[in-house]
Structure formats: C-alpha cells, structure tokens
Design a protein around this ligand. Structure first.
Ligand code: GTP
Ligand code: MG
Length: 258
C-alpha cells in the first residue's frame, strides 16, 4: 500500500528565479497553452501540466517516426515560487522538499541581465540556489548515492530586442557567479568563520565554495561533479503582437527529464 501511494506521486519541476523573469507567465503557458496576465507572486503555487503531443517524452525516445500510435503524454506538477528578495525562503526550501523533484527551471530575464544591476541580482540568486543543491549533494553522498538533478537556465524574453542571446547569458552569468563566489569567500574569511578546523557546522570555506574548490573561473560545467546537469536554452513566453511565444526547447527539456 505504502509503495503504490509513493509511486503515484507526480514528477515535479520547480520554477525559480528573480522577480519579473516570467515564472508565473511560464506556469500559465505550460498549464493552459496560452500565457495569462500575472501579478508579482507572494505565495508558491502549483499547476498540473501535461506534455504536449508535439514533444517527445523520455519513454518515446526510441520510437520510430512511422509509429502512428498516440504518443505518451505524461502529466507532471509545476511548482512556481515568488522571486522577490524577501520571499525567497519559499523557493530555497522547495529545493530540498519535493520527493519527486525531476528538474529545476531557473528563469532569467535576458533583457534585464544586460544591465549590471540585473545581472548581479540574477547571479547572486543563481549562486545561492546552486550552493543549496551542491550542499544537498555533498550530504547525501554518504547514504544512498546522490541523484543527478537537471537544471535548465531558461533565458526568457528573447523577443525583447535588448535581450542577450542564450550563449551570452550563459558566459556572462558564469563570470558574475564567479565574482559572487569570490566576494562571499572573502566575507567568510574576514569574519573568521570556518577558521576552526573542527567546526563542521557547515560554515567552513570549502563547503561554502561553489563548484570546483580553488578554481579561478567559475563554469556551470563544474557543477556536474556536484550532481547538477545544467543547460542554458533561450525562449520567450510572450511574443510581440500576434507573434506567439517560443518555448519548444524548454518543452523538449522537460520531456527528456520526465
Ligand atoms: P515574481 O512573481 O515577482 O517572482 O515574477 P515572475 O517571475 O512570476 O514574473 P511574471 O511571470 O509575473 O512576469 C513578469 C512580467 O514579464 C509580466 O509583465 C509578463 O507579461 C512579462 N513577460 C514574461 N515573459 C515574457 C516574455 O517572454 N517576453 C516579454 N516581452 N515579456 C514577458
Ligand atoms: Mg510570479
């Protein structure tokens, strides 16, 4: 009985990212087929979604193009979190709570990150999210063998003409996360936390260093050895005028991980 109840738990994907990046808009698009107007989110919310017939699920990976039987369209839950700085505890606790967590969509406003302040805010949040996941991975190593978590950095708002293309969003984010990592590590040293060798309360420098310890440059690929498979893909939830959103690559990523 217990096992059948557990297996019924739907796979969950988590939406996370700074305020205004388009998380709730994406939730409405994925669950209803069209984006609905949104307000700043103050509470997490969940929507039931289904993979569209145009997208392959991982179960259909080896299926022949000539196979005319209907495709497998699995259902899943999408959990939206508020991005406002004061409400991020919702998101950070969601990172470690859902049992059937299949992936994380970190949504970025590709136009806002072309400004220094927008980039810094986004990189700080991404740094903190990745560090929580890295620590979770380190802690689970001893027990069951850690699972790999797929992370999609969704470079949203590609329809806005000031937006950075996905490739640039990736390299600039890597640079800025590297700077955040540097600053936080200096802060720790200055405060004297972690200077004690027998202090294993999670405060020492190495456990708070994101990615490869001591490396000069930060690369998203460094997170692989910490159990994170990170992709950066561009798209837009909304389009100018009659133009529709472009989210096929994100759907494909969800399908691969369902
Ligand atoms: P919080 O709830 O505060 O964390 O923000 P959010 O990430 O949920 O943002 P939301 O979905 O509410 O979108 C913020 C604004 O961006 C809204 O006005 C959306 O219409 C707009 N928006 C979302 N996606 C796109 C996009 O792809 N292109 C354009 N041009 N605007 C978008
Ligand atoms: Mg929202």
């Amino acid at each position: 009985l217990y096992r059948s109840a557990a297996s019924k738990e739907l796979p969950t994907f988590l939406l996370i990212g700074p305020s205004g990046s388009g998380k709730t808009s994406l939730l409405t698009l994925f669950s209803n087929g069209t984006p609905a107007p949104t307000h700043i989110s103050q509470e997490p919310q969940t929507a039931l979604c289904q993979l569209p017939s145009s997208t392959r699920s991982s179960e259909d990976r080896y299926r022949s193009e000539n196979d005319t039987s209907s495709r497998h369209q699995p259902k899943f839950l999408l959990l939206d979190t508020p991005g406002h700085g004061k409400l991020r505890h919702h998101a950070l606790t969601s990172l470690t709570s859902p049992k059937a967590l299949r992936g994380i969509l970190f949504v970025v406003d590709s136009a806002s990150v072309s400004s220094a302040t927008g980039m810094t805010e986004t990189a700080e949040y991404l740094h903190d999210v990745l560090l929580v996941l890295q620590k979770r991975h380190t802690q689970s190593k001893s027990s069951k063998g850690p699972q790999q978590i797929p992370v999609l950095v969704a470079a949203n708002k590609q329809d806005v003409f000031t937006s950075l293309p996905a490739g640039l969003v990736k390299t600039r984010l890597e640079q800025e996360v590297g700077r955040v990592r540097e600053t936080k590590s200096k802060g720790l040293l200055d405060s004297g936390i972690g200077m004690d060798d027998d202090d294993d309360a999670g405060g020492d420098e190495e456990t708070n260093w994101l990615g490869q310890y001591g490396s000069k440059e930060f690369k998203l690929a460094q997170m692989e050895e910490h159990g994170l498979d990170i992709r950066v893909l561009g798209g837009n939830v909304k389009g100018e005028g009659k133009e529709k959103g472009k989210v096929e690559e994100w759907w494909a990523w969800v399908g691969e991980n369902l």
